[in-house]
Each structure stands twice: as C-alpha cells, then as structure tokens.
Design a protein around this ligand. Structure first.
Ligand SMILES: Nc1ncnc2c1ncn2[C@@H]1O[C@H](COP(=O)(O)OP(=O)(O)OP(=O)(O)O)[C@@H](O)[C@H]1O
Ligand SMILES: [Mg+2]
Length: 502
C-alpha cells in the first residue's frame, strides 16, 4: 500500500488544533518603527549636538586663552617700560583691566611676593593663592588655570614672572591676570539646555512620525487581514483590491488573490465531484433497491431469489470497484504518496496484458497486437493497470473486425512511450479534453457500455503522475483513438518509494 515520504513531527499541532501560545512576546511593526525612529533620531541629534557643543567649547577656550596670553604680553611690555613711574603704571594697568567688555583682574607682585598693584575687588574674587607658581621669564607661556570662585563666577587665571625696569636695574615682578569666563560658561549651559530640549522634541517628533508611517505602511496588511476574515467557503469570490499600494504589498495581495483563485477552483471541483459521486452512486443503489423491491412484491421461488442476489452481487462489485478506484486516486493525489521504482521489461508486461484480454477480444472479433521493446523504471503492477485500462477501453469502443495495437517506443535517455491505438468509434473533439476527469463518460458510452464508472482514465492519469510521467490522447471520430503514456527515464525525479498495489 501507499507510504508517506515524510511523517508529521510528533510535536507539531494537528491541522485545526489551536497553535500553542507563543511564549516570546513579539513587538508590533508600529512599535518597532517608533522605537527605531526615536533611537536613530536620538543618536543623530546626540552626535550632531555633541560635536557642535565640543566645537563651541573648544573655540571659547582657545579664544579665552589667547586673550589672556595677549593681556599678559601687554603687561610684560608695560612693566619693562613704565615700572619707574608707578602712577603711570597703575593707570595703564587699570586701563588694561577695563578697556574691553570682558572683565579682567590684574595683580602685580614684587620679587618678594608683596602686592604692588591690584585691580579693585580682585582680592575677594581671585586670591593670589589661586594662581600657579609663575613661570620663569624665558619659559613659554604657561597653561592657564580654571578657577571657580564660590560666589563670584568662574575665571581663567594665568601668572608669569617678568623683569621690570625699576630705575636701579631690572627687578623681577609677578604678574597675575584672571579673566572672568562666567559668561562663556553660562552660554555653554544655555546651549546644553537648548540641545536637550531639541533632543526631546526630536525624539517625540520621530516617534510620532514613526508611528504614523507604521500605521500608513501596515494599513494594507490590515485590509488583507480584514479581507481574509471576510472570506468563507461561501464567499470565495472575494478579492483584495490593490489600489495605490506599495509595490511589495501589491505582490503580496496578488499572491493572496492567486491563492484564492486556486482555493475557489478547488472548492468548485470538490463540489462538482460531490455531485458526480452522488450521481454515480445513484444508479447502482437504485438498481439494488429496485430489484429488492420487485423481489419482495410477491412470493418468489428460491431460484428467483438466487437470481436477485446474483444480480445484486454485480452491483456490489461495481460499487466496490468505484470505491477502490476513488480511494486509489485520492491516495495518489496526496503529495506525499510515493511509488516503488523497479526496472522491468515493458514488452513482457504488455504481452501479459494482451494474453489476458485475448479471449474477450477474440469473442468481439477484434485483433490485439503488441509491438516494440523497452524498459520502464517504476511500479510494475501500476504499469499493468494503466495499460489494462487503456486496452479495456479500446476493446469496449472497437467494433468487430477492428484492431487494437499496443506499441512500445523507446525515447531519448531511456524514457519509454507506450501507445494503445484502436480503430474504434473515436471520441468527439469537445469530449476529448474531459476524458481523464473523474466520472466522465460520453453519452454514447453511457448508452452502449453499461457498467462503466468513468474512473479508468482518471486512474491512468494518477498512475502517470505518480511516475513523474504524463498521458495524452488523440482521437478521430469513426477512425479510432490513440492514448499515449510517457514514462520518464530512471534518472528523472519521480515520487520514488514503496510499491503501491491496488
Ligand atoms: N478508446 C476509446 N474510444 C472511445 N472512447 C473512449 C476510449 N477510451 C475512453 N473513451 C471515452 O472516455 C470515457 C472515460 O473512460 P474511462 O476509462 O475513464 O471510463 P469508463 O471506461 O467509461 O469506465 P471505467 O473505465 O471506470 O470502467 C469513456 O466513457 C469513453 O466515453
Ligand atoms: Mg474505462
């Protein structure tokens, strides 16, 4: 019997069973969009703002240092030139401390550390101890020192030693200059606040835009879901209208619509099949019932009852053949159904089929012949069954004096074509495409060949599908019919597996 090429894993839910709850929480697309937008905007803003902030801080720092350095240079020159005239020096120093919009504090100490000149208020704001030890005259200008006074703002402090002309020779002086940078720090703090606000606004805006975009992008999916929910077995003609959708989703909707087309076609076929099945069952069941009723209408002799039972057995056999045939087709339609592939001599098989039909053919006055040689890799019993069905059909539709030819035509690469030709009545062109359908029989066959079920050629088609081959038919009215079976070479992919016998 049939076997399956793959078994359902033990843990997989059966169809129709509810899927087990997903233990991991999966975020919605809208949530993901919002998060990605917010994070990427935040990173971008942070990088940009951080870069701008650092640039501003450095530029202010460099400017302040340059200002301090230049002020110190000016004082150095002043001390060298004006130290003899203390009044002039004091007014010059005051001038230097107040000449620009920036607030400077200047203190000059003598060689022993005594204070000579000091800008008013400097003692309270920037005491002498704040400054580093002054550097020697020759040394390069030292680094300034940042100093944050507790309540009087922030300063940059720089001190140097420089010679002063005191009239009696050169004496060393210590110059301490402090620049008030509170305004710069306030500017930077303000800048930081602005950047933080910008960041907040930017992230909120990004989240809103991300959410809107996600809603907009997932709208088609929501529509597909709604359409899918609307579709029932009785409303399979529903389709998704893909107006103004993004290209990716148009493809999805088209695939979904194509799937609905296939489903609708399958449903239609299924409902036709149910009708055909009911129709096919009605005749034998009607016959059985009719015979039983007639038999029971009056008293019968044992011989008459025996005849009724014998005739009933014929109908039961017909029903049984029909059920077997349907079962075979249904099983071979299963994509997991497989067939054993063995290499056998096709000439020997067709000869056996011919011999089997010979007595009937002789009775009908029809000549059955076999021609050709060839090998088939497949299921021997199914091969016989397919050829038997074709020969049986040919004999049924060929009048006395006609002939039936079974030919083997080896093809390229060890493929084999088997043809069964007759010189019978032929098939009407409009009926030819339907002869492989389940239960299809021409009106003429129904009238002239009682007892057929219309499954013979459908079974042949299933056998050929199982072998990865195909079947085709050609016919001319009143001249005859040829049905061809094409078996692929052994190397061709086919549903290989266990032997099927039916
Ligand atoms: N060689 C043939 N010549 C003429 N008509 C044919 C021939 N083979 C098949 N047909 C037509 O195709 C129909 C379907 O054939 P098929 O073998 O499927 O069914 P059946 O022979 O009627 O019944 P079953 O084979 O199930 O006993 C036949 O009823 C007949 O009308
Ligand atoms: Mg038949």
């Amino acid at each position: 019997m049939y076997s399956k090429s793959s078994e359902r894993p033990a843990s997989a839910p059966e169809p129709g069973e509810p899927a087990p709850d997903n233990p991991t929480r999966v975020w919605s697309i809208a949530k993901r969009f919002r998060l990605v937008y917010a994070v990427s905007t935040a990173v971008l803003l942070l990088l940009t703002a951080g870069f701008l902030y650092l640039a501003l801080e450095r530029s202010l720092d460099a400017r302040d240092h340059a200002l301090l350095a230049s002020k110190v240079q000016v004082l150095r020159v002043l001390l060298r030139q004006e130290s003899r005239h203390t009044d002039v020096l004091v007014s010059e120093v005051e001038h230097e401390a107040t000449e620009s919009a920036l607030r400077y504090y200047i203190r000059i100490l003598d060689g022993r550390g005594r204070m000579l000149i000091e800008t008013p208020g400097m003692r309270d704001h920037v005491p002498a101890a704040v400054f580093d030890d002054p550097s020697p005259t020759s040394a390069a200008l030292p680094q300034d020192v940042a100093y944050h006074a507790r309540s009087h703002g922030s300063f940059l402090a720089l001190s140097i030693q420089t010679p002063a002309d005191t009239g009696g020779g050169l004496d060393m002086r210590t110059v301490q200059v402090a620049l008030d940078v509170s305004a710069d720090l306030a500017l930077l703090a303000d800048y930081r606040r602005t950047l933080a606000t910008m960041l907040g606004f930017g992230m909120t805006f990004a989240m809103v835009v991300g959410g809107w975009l996600a809603r907009k992008s997932t709208q088609p999916l929501i529509e597909i879901t709604a359409s899918a929910q609307d579709i029932t077995a009785s409303r399979l003609d529903e389709r998704i209208v893909v107006s103004r959708w993004p290209a990716e989703l148009v493809d999805l909707a088209a695939a979904f619509n194509a799937m609905l087309d296939r489903l609708e076609e399958s449903f239609t076929r299924l409902s036709h099949f149910s009708g055909e099945l009911a129709h096919a069952l009605r005749t034998p069941l009607g016959n059985l019932r009719g015979e039983a009723e007639v038999a029971l209408a009056r008293g019968r002799t044992p011989e008459e009852y025996r005849q009724v039972l014998l005739s009933g057995i014929e109908e039961y056999e017909r029903l049984s053949r029909m059920v077997d045939g349907l079962l075979f087709i249904a099983r071979s339609d299963d994509p997991n159904a497989v067939v054993e592939r063995v290499r056998f001599d096709a000439a020997k098989e067709i000869e056996d089929v011919r011999e089997f039909h010979q007595p009937l053919a002789a009775e009908q006055g029809v000549d059955v012949t076999c021609e050709g040689n060839g090998w088939v890799t497949g299921d021997r019993m199914l091969f016989r069954r397919a050829v038997t069905n074709l020969v049986a059909n040919a004999l049924q539709h060929t009048p006395a004096g006609g002939s039936v030819r079974i030919c083997l035509h080896p093809q390229e690469g060890e493929a084999l074509e088997v043809s069964v030709s007759d010189t019978g009545r032929g098939i009407e062109p409009e009926n030819l495409p339907r002869i492989f359908d389940r239960f299809f029989r021409t009106d003429r066959s129904r009238a002239t060949v009682p007892g057929g079920s219309g499954l013979g050629l459908a079974i042949v088609r299933s056998i050929m599908r199982l072998h990865g081959g195909n079947v085709s038919a050609r016919s001319e009215l009143e001249r005859g019919t040829t049905v061809r079976l094409w078996f692929p070479p052994a190397s061709a992919p086919a549903r290989a597996g266990k032997m099927t016998t039916l």
